[in-house]
Structure formats: C-alpha cells, structure tokens
Design a binder for this molecule. Structure first.
Ligand SMILES: [Ca+2]
Ligand SMILES: [Ca+2]
Length: 195
C-alpha cells in the first residue's frame, strides 16, 4: 500500500488509490470515490482504498490544479451557472486541448475515476460549458472570466445559431462543441481551483 500511495503523491493527476494486497495491484484514481460509487467488487475482494490529501472534495474530479463536478441530471444554462456558483465554482471554461481531452475522457464518456458509470446517466450526454454569445451574437465569451475563448473545439458547421436562438455552448459526447438554446435542459460541468 505504501508504494501505491507514494506513486499517487508523485502523479499530479492522482487523487486516490485502490490497492489489492493479494495481487499487489495498484490503481491510481483521478478523483475521490464517494461511497455509493465504489464498485461492488472493490472492498470485498481485498481492495484497500486510500485518499490523497491533495484531492478535490468528494464527487469532484481533479485535473491539474482544478476540480470538476459532473452533473448528470440536467438544467437550463443559467440554473447550471447558479448551481456551480453555489459550490464556489463556475461553468467549466476549457482553456486547452488537453483540458478538453481530459473532460471528454473522464466526464462526458460515462467514466468515473476510470470506472464506467453508464448506469448513473439520467440525461443525454451533452454538458453545458461556460461559453455564451448572449451579449453579442457570434462573439462567444467565457461567462465567468468574461474573456474571449482562448481555445475552442466546435463541431464542423457550429456554432450555427440555429433558428437564431442558440446562445449557449455544450461539450458533446465526442468532445466537440455545439451551441444550443440556453433554456433547454442539459447536464453540465462545474470547475473551481483546487487550492
Ligand atoms: Ca479551465
Ligand atoms: Ca448549434
């Protein structure tokens, strides 16, 4: 277990570990497991669990120095922003292809700590992100930072402002972005600083 924990300390993306003493298998995880998400196999088959001190709080995923929360159930874009604010966070602002890739792999494809969580999905796999052009059509801004997009990953032909009523952006299940009507219900991703 000590070896496993020190591996986690060395890895900036590691938040917790699962260690199996019979097989000496060590799994580094990118978030803290919350009890109801721990897969049934783990504790029963000799797996020990250890949480890092430099981890995001329960249910939040760590990527570099930020923590992310994945909402499955769906809200309007404004309500999603409010929920994030209540947690001291904001709708995710995706600043690089690495952040986009990580979000796609960890949060939009149904994995939690690298474990498939499809059974928990109650909503389609779009996630609201913090980009909107509600202020000036065609000029997307990050709503929390009020800055122009420093990175984008629009799907071909997007943003298309379909029917002239699409002002809020989602990241889709393939990691590409689309603009949608802000008042439709979508899942969303909150982001905040780890430290
Ligand atoms: Ca970010
Ligand atoms: Ca669109």
């Amino acid at each position: 277990m000590d070896y496993c924990v020190s591996e986690c300390v060395r890895d900036p993306k590691c938040s917790s570990v699962l260690y199996n003493s019979p097989s000496q298998l060590c799994k580094l995880l990118r978030c803290l497991l919350i009890p109801e998400y721990i897969i049934p196999d783990t504790s029963e088959n000799g797996w020990d669990y250890h949480a890092s001190e430099n981890a995001c709080s329960d249910g939040w995923f760590r990527f570099e120095d930020h923590c992310y929360f994945n909402n499955f159930t769906g809200s309007k874009w404004n309500d999603a922003q409010s929920v994030c604010n209540q947690h001291g966070a904001y709708l995710v602002e995706i600043n690089s292809k690495y952040e986009n890739l990580w979000l796609d792999r960890e949060l939009t494809n149904g994995f939690y700590c690298g474990v498939s969580m499809w059974h928990l999905f109650t909503h389609e796999r779009n996630r609201w992100i913090g980009a909107t052009d509600i202020v000036t059509e065609g000029q997307f801004l990050w709503s929390f930072s009020t800055t122009k997009l420093d990175f984008h990953n629009w799907r071909n032909g997007e943003p298309n402002n379909r029917r002239k009523e699409e002002y809020c952006a989602v990241i889709m299940k393939d990691g590409q972005w689309n603009d949608l009507k802000c008042f439709c219900n979508q899942g969303f991703i909150c982001e905040k600083n780890l430290f």
